[in-house]
Design a binder for this molecule. Structure first.
Ligand code: HSE
Length: 449
């Protein structure tokens, strides 16, 4: 921030003008709570919060309880008004909100957004625009809605070194996996149930293929490691290939399966540091705190040098929980408008290298159908050892999944090894005559906790 962008504040008691962009599930709750708790907001901010307008795409749609005078379909004109100090963006999507938010920041308006896809894809551009005018840019609601995690990483843990963040940051997939775990049902059945109950969208792709979690992982990684990470830097796999048999295999290993967003500081062989950010379904031991996160709840588990292990847990989606995070940011932005100063901005000074996913170490649970004859287990173990993969446990079962003839099931849990090494070993195993079928290969997380 340069000297001429210093914000001295409007002075105690001054009104703070707010433009709300979007009046969907979240925007409607933000507006309602602002109106219902106006007096509290005034006390907390130091001046009254006054909503100048609400930008919507369709003004003619009935909106009970909303003053029609507030509605406009021209967001650009609304945010440019002199009496608008803060813009709340709860539209969703990327291109249109990006243009509006940039315009607001260029005009020196502070921005509060719940838009994870926007922040994950264009965080650098937004942050530069905020720095240029000394505006605040807040996005607590972009990651796990009501759960305070952006603020703790940005402020509370700013004096510590964060080494790892592992989160369940998508409620839809957690609901589906939890329901599969507790009922034994298959993926399609539980996706249908999630849709019926309103957890899954009509097009659930962004959730079930991990894209929603990947945006959140990029934001968490950027904050944790003081390094710019975008959604393109995140290795992403979804849950649509998880089967009831995978869940049963997890249970047999005293684990459950969760879609995990993992952000990790990695010490490389030459001693230098890099980071890795990924989203994939993984086995997690039942004793791990993340294994206890049921239904559509979210949680973020943080490991830091001095703080040790922390877990943040709660509602990661929905109108009211998201509005809670938006309004917390709005109070902070409002106070800065009234009393002056600025919240901590982006910190990307560390600029750590983003490692290729193949370089990252993981453990695998490998479930194979093999010929049931003498020497097969020894042969597979030797081949893995020759490729530098050490085995943690091997379990052989009579051919419960066997095709005709004599086949057995081999369940291997490896020690950690580089992803690329493990992947090439799995390919090698699949090519062996003695391996009838690779039933599944799923990573394991959280064995050390
Ligand atoms: N669709 C997301 C979820 C919420 O299921 O958690 C918004 O990011």
């Amino acid at each position: 921030m340069t000297e001429n962008t210093y914000n001295p504040g409007k002075g105690e008691g001054s009104p703070v003008g707010v433009a709300i962009l979007g009046l969907g599930t979240v925007g409607a709750q933000v507006l309602r709570l602002l109106q219902e708790r106006a007096e509290d907001f005034e006390r907390r901010v130091g001046g009254p919060i006054e909503v100048r307008g609400v930008a919507v795409s369709d003004k003619s749609k009935p909106r009970p309880g909303v003053d029609p005078e507030l509605l406009t379909d021209d967001a650009f004109t609304l945010i440019e008004r002199d009496d608008v100090d803060i813009v709340v963006e709860v539209i969703g999507g990327i291109d249109y909100p990006r243009r509006v938010v940039l315009e607001a920041l260029h005009a020196g308006k502070s921005v509060v957004t719940a838009n994870k896809a926007l922040v994950a894809a264009h965080g650098a551009e937004l942050s530069d625009a905020a720095d240029a005018t000394g505006a605040d840019l807040f996005f607590e609601a972009a990651v796990a809605a009501a759960i305070p995690v952006v603020g703790p990483l940005r402020r509370s843990l700013a004096g510590d070194q964060v080494n790892k963040v592992v989160g369940i940051v998508n409620g839809t997939t957690n609901f589906i996996l939890d329901a599969m775990d507790s009922t034994g049902a298959d993926y399609d059945e539980m996706l249908a149930e999630a849709t019926r109950l309103g957890y899954a969208e009509a097009d659930p792709t962004a959730d079930v293929e991990g894209h929603d979690a990947a945006s959140k992982a990029a934001i968490l990684s950027s904050l944790a490691f003081h390094t710019r990470v975008t959604s393109d830097d995140v290795h992403c796999e979804g849950i649509s290939s998880i089967t009831a048999e995978d869940i049963a295999a997890a249970n047999a290993a005293d684990c459950t399966i969760k879609l995990l967003a993992t952000c990790e500081r990695v010490i490389q062989e030459d001693g230098s540091e890099g980071i890795s950010t990924s989203v994939y379904p993984a086995f997690i031991p039942r004793r791990h705190p993340l294994a206890t996160v049921r239904e559509s709840f979210n949680a973020v588990f943080v490991e830091a040098d001095a703080a040790g292990r922390l877990m943040f847990y709660g509602n990661g989606a929905g109108g009211n929980p998201t509005a809670s995070a938006v309004l917390g940011d709005l109070v902070a932005a409002g106070r800065n408008k009234v009393f002056g100063g600025r919240a901590p901005g982006d910190s990307t000074y560390a600029d750590l290298p983003i490692l290729p996913f193949g370089e990252v170490e993981t453990r695998f649970h490998i479930d194979l159908e093999v010929d049931d004859r003498i020497g097969v287990l020894a042969d597979i173990s030797r081949r893995l050892a020759d490729n530098g993969i050490s085995l943690r446990t091997v379990r052989q079962e009579g051919g419960t999944r066997a095709h005709e003839g004599s086949a057995a099931r081999l369940v291997i849990i490896t020690h950690s090894a580089k992803e690329e090494q493990l992947q090439s070993c799995v390919e090698m195993l699949a090519s062996l005559d003695s391996v009838v079928k690779v039933n599944s290969v799923i990573r394991i997380e959280g064995m050390d906790v």
